[in-house]
Design a protein around this ligand. Structure first.
Ligand code: DX5
Ligand code: ZN
Length: 215
């Protein structure tokens, strides 16, 4: 099991993205989490490929791009070109999940499936073999700063069992409401990667908070 931290740029200062990315470059974080929202799959709109391209220019860590858009298979090549290293798509947004995961892999990116809080881990039984990562939402997607849903611990444990059975190399990522209080419990339950937006960017010392999240 690993202990990786992927700070979410959704909580960064969009007027000073370069400055915030350079701070993360110097920190102990492992990936940069990039939340793309279309205003249809989720109520909120964030940013698209042109902004991701600029993030890529400054980032010295892999871009972990979380697509909260309908029918994400249409944009696999665009996000590859924009510089995504890991591309995750929602189970709920893909009619042809197998095809979309293969398309991501074939483009040379690592691929992953995201599950909303009400989507069962058991639904991954026939796609887990294709996944480099599974992202469990611990809030309803769309916004930063929401409260962590406690049932996530059960889902992490269920997913750990599924990975042990069918794909031990698959990473388990958790996104939403992650802070220094729940991070140790999430790692103990079997998570490998924690996304943290507001707990990092609202902190008075983001570099120290990232260190603490990793402990
Ligand atoms: C929510 C996004 C998250 C968000 C997390 O829809 O997928 O990545 O930025 O923010 P916090 O850590 O503040 O819950
Ligand atoms: Zn996210």
């Amino acid at each position: 099991m690993m202990k990786l931290i992927s700070p979410s740029l959704l909580s960064a200062d969009f007027g000073n993205l370069q400055r915030d990315i350079e701070m993360l470059n110097k920190s102990d974080c492992d990936w940069l989490h990039v939340d793309v929202m279309d205003g249809v799959f989720v109520p909120n709109i964030s940013f698209g490929q042109p902004v991701v391209k600029h993030i890529k220019k400054h980032a010295q860590k892999p871009l972990d791009v979380h697509l909260m858009i309908v029918d994400p298979g249409r944009y696999v090549n665009d996000f590859k070109e924009a510089g995504a290293d890991i591309l995750t798509v929602h189970y709920e947004a893909c009619t042809h999940l197998d095809r979309t995961l293969h398309a991501i892999k074939d483009s040379g990116m690592r691929c992953g499936v995201v599950l909303n809080p009400a989507t069962a881990v058991a639904l991954l039984e026939d796609s887990i073999q294709l996944c480099d990562v599974v992202l469990l939402m611990s809030v309803n997607p769309g916004f930063g700063g929401q409260k962590f849903i406690e049932n996530t611990y059960n889902k992490v444990r269920q997913l750990r069992d599924l990975c042990n059975r069918k794909n031990p190399n698959c990473l388990i990522e958790v996104d939403g409401g992650v802070n220094t209080d729940n991070a140790p419990k999430l790692f103990a339950a079997g998570a490998d990667v924690l996304v943290a937006g507001s707990s990092v960017f609202k902190s008075t010392n983001p570099i120290e908070t990232i260190k603490e999240l990793k402990k």
